[in-house]
Write a protein that binds this ligand. Structure first.
Ligand code: MLT
Ligand code: ZN
Length: 474
């Protein structure tokens, strides 16, 4: 519990209307997309970097935890206030400050909805490519904190490839500016890259400078349905052989497809064992030419049906289906353990084979979908609570295989509090020690988002069976 004097001081900093303490208000800020919960003691809604700085100075003096939060769409518990304390919510810092067309740069506050920035850039013939599936409700600050990847990484890369500079409030209250407004800058260590993907543990992001690219003239969208998974998986290497880089290459297995079709009630199910959702972009000519070639590859691979979107509304319908998968899976079973492995693209078949074997060995239902074009597969172990122990064994085996195949245990969702016990599978002892030294150097009192990335020294590894992120729920 926070000392009443802390509540009084916080109220002075953000104003009474922006300090929430009622239980029903706190509940709203207690969870993310993992459905783990930990109720904070208070929620502060700052309007400026200076207010954030004063809050962190107070947190260091009075030793209470501060957990930054965007829209709570994270998939690893990153914004769940595990040790209680306060949640810093950025809903008031939600302005696009500038679109600099001459230099193809945008400057925004962290609470901007990613889709709003995309649309604003597009209205000026520019393009912000990072596109998490939750782009219509996630925030740019959350994307930067987690280094969100999403649907277009196969051609355009991920959030870290677009962030040029940041304004960051350090855990000890100093306000720093990192990077530059230019493509090139090698002045000192790359603090921007250090903060991007640091999951709200090294600094609070209060301003973001991103680069934009010209808006492609044409986007072509195709969905291909296959009677067997192997046939679908042959399309990617055949596309690569033709030197084509689609902007999106999504794989959806039969169970995920059925779940999304049922959720959206799209009519009779396609009955496919796998679906690919592929986009090309560029000039009108090259986007169509490349998609013609991909369509031919899909047919040669044995696609049972191929649907090419004729216009924007057909494109939108296909994307609606893909973006519905994540919530739709809960119709299969009540608990979803969402893993986010990534492997080199030529090893996706081997990875999926190992996942099938783990599912069979432990008698589990595992549903796979995701960004096959960049090797990032969302592996969802769908269970009843009583299957938890078997699922945890399968998780470890799957993550070990991803690392053995030269991949990573998390492509885009982050470690958060769910996966800290598995971090040593990928990050060596000495590298892990360097990470902890960086955290210690920047946050000597461990006030900023404690209990994330590393096993919490106070609370130990997170226990998923409780369904609670601890905090006040404990
Ligand atoms: C997605 O690609 O849909 C997101 O990363 C969310 C998820 O994995 O469920
Ligand atoms: Zn994803």
């Amino acid at each position: 519990m926070l000392d009443p004097s802390v509540i009084r001081d916080l109220r002075k900093i953000v104003g009474p209307a922006n300090l929430l303490t009622e239980p029903e208000e706190l509940t709203v800020y207690s969870y993310d997309a993992t459905r783990l919960t930990a109720v904070p003691d208070a929620v502060a809604r700052p309007a400026t970097a200076e207010e954030v700085s004063r809050i962190l100075l107070l947190a260091n003096r009075k030793k209470f935890p501060v957990s930054p939060r965007g829209a709570g769409t994270g998939m690893s518990g990153g914004s769940v206030p595990r040790r209680g304390g306060i949640v810093l919510s950025f809903e008031r810092m939600n302005r696009i400050l500038e679109i600099d067309e001459a230099n193809r740069v945008a400057v925004a506050e962290p609470g901007v909805i990613t889709g709003d920035l995309q649309r604003e850039a597009e209205s000026r013939g520019l393009f912000y490519p990072p596109d998490p599936a939750s782009s219509n409700f996630c925030t740019l600050g959350g994307n930067v904190a987690e280094c969100a990847g999403g649907l277009r990484a196969v051609k355009y890369g991920v959030t870290k490839d677009y962030v040029l500079g940041l304004e960051v409030v350090l855990p000890t209250g100093e306000i720093i500016r990192t990077g530059a407004r230019t493509r090139k800058s090698v002045a000192g260590y790359d603090l921007t890259r250090l903060i991007v993907g640091s999951e709200g543990t090294l600094g609070v992001i209060t301003k973001i400078v991103v680069r934009l690219v010209p808006l492609p003239e044409r986007v072509e969208t195709l969905a291909a349905f296959f009677g067997d998974r192997g046939a679908a998986l042959r399309v990617l290497p055949d596309t690569t052989k033709k030197r084509i880089v689609p902007r999106t290459f999504e794989f959806v297995d039969g169970a995920a497809l059925r779940a999304a079709e049922g959720y959206l009630r799209t009519g009779p199910p396609s009955g496919a064992a796998a679906m690919l959702l592929i986009e090309t972009d560029g000039s009108a000519d090259s986007a169509s030419r490349e998609m013609d070639a991909i369509e031919a590859i899909c047919r040669e691979a044995g696609a049972a049906a191929v649907r090419r979107a004729k216009d924007r509304s057909e494109q939108a319908l296909l994307w609606k289906l893909r973006k519905a998968i994540s919530p739709a899976l809960y119709a299969i079973k009540p608990v979803k353990i969402n893993e986010d492995i990534v492997v080199p693209v030529d090893r996706i078949g081997a990875m999926l084979g190992a996942i099938d074997a783990a599912a069979a060995r432990h008698g589990l239902l595992i549903v796979n979908f995701g960004h096959a074009g960049d090797g990032n597969i969302h592996t969802n172990i769908m269970i009843e609570e009583r299957e938890r122990a078997a699922a945890e064994l399968a998780v470890r085996e799957i993550l070990e295989t991803a690392v053995r195949l030269d991949g990573s245990i998390s492509g885009e969702h982050g470690i958060g509090m769910c996966k800290s016990a598995y971090l040593p599978l990928e990050v060596g002892k000495d590298a892990l020690a360097v990470m902890k030294r960086i955290k210690q150097a920047l946050d000597p009192n461990t006030v900023l988002n404690p209990g994330k990335i590393f096993i919490d020294p106070e609370r130990g590894a997170f226990d998923p069976s409780s369904g609670r992120g601890t905090g006040n729920a404990e």
